[in-house]
Design a protein around this ligand. Structure first.
Ligand SMILES: *Cc1c(COP(=O)(O)O)cnc(C)c1O
Length: 220
């Protein structure tokens, strides 16, 4: 796997409004350094322990995104440095992020994770739960947490039309929520959708962040 080559090829092929989160989970530090050397500054990890260890050893100008399911008792460990949490999926988790953001004097940006896939296993709010959460409004009281958009994962399938429908559903929910609650909030702007297997469709449906692991680093 020539990591630098993949990074450069991606940079040349993507439109400027789309940013790549290089998903480095399970890959060693040396491979992250290689991507860093090719100019990549945005990395995603899905386990707190692994993220904390890597963050400690790597350059401070890396933007670390947390993309996995997040246990409340571990928020504290990433709160001082995490740039974006893609997986906010409950009010209780929101309260913990708010608390830990306050404790280290930061405003932590988070995406609402929405369950758009058919599979039961993928976490996140259902679209209706997400609407309820926004309507209920307790997030407005959080001054150390910024809701910056939405994230979703499509079903793992060869049926491209199904994948497209799911991404479209998320984009429509994003636009509806933007109009209703965040029209004047320029920080609500990220739509994180698309992985190595489906990112071209996600981009066509309006994604602003694509999360690529295998495509950059090879198989895990
Ligand atoms: C692992 C992971 C990815 C990257 O998947 P690839 O198929 O390797 O690109 C993206 N998003 C999430 C949430 C992940 O857990």
């Amino acid at each position: 796997m020539n990591i630098a080559l993949h990074i450069r090829a991606l940079k040349e092929s993507l439109p400027p409004q789309v940013r790549v989160v290089a998903v480095s989970k399970f890959h060693p530090i040396e491979q992250i350094r290689e991507a860093y050397g090719a100019g990549q500054r945005l990395f995603g990890e899905s386990r707190v322990q692994e993220l904390v260890e890597k963050q400690r050893k790597l350059p401070v100008d890396i933007e670390w995104h947390f993309i996995g399911s997040l246990q409340r008792n571990k928020v504290k460990q990433i709160a001082p440095f995490v740039t974006l949490i893609h997986s906010l999926d409950s009010e209780r988790l929101m309260r913990e992020v708010e608390k830990q953001g306050a404790a280290c004097g930061r405003v932590i940006a988070c995406l609402l994770q929405v369950h758009i896939a058919e599979e039961e296993t993928k976490s996140g709010f259902s679209p209706d739960e997400c609407r309820q959460f926004l309507e209920e409004g307790s997030w407005k009281e959080c001054s150390h947490l910024q809701i910056a958009g939405m994230m979703g994962m499509a079903t793992y399938t060869d049926d491209r039309e199904q994948v497209r429908r799911e991404f479209r559903l998320l984009r429509e929910l994003f636009q509806e929520s933007k109009a209703k609650y965040f029209a004047d909030d320029s920080a609500f702007r990220e739509l994180s959708m698309g992985m190595s297997g489906d990112y071209p469709i996600a981009m066509e449906e309006g994604s602003s962040l694509i999360r690529l692991g295998t495509l950059i680093f090879g198989e895990r």
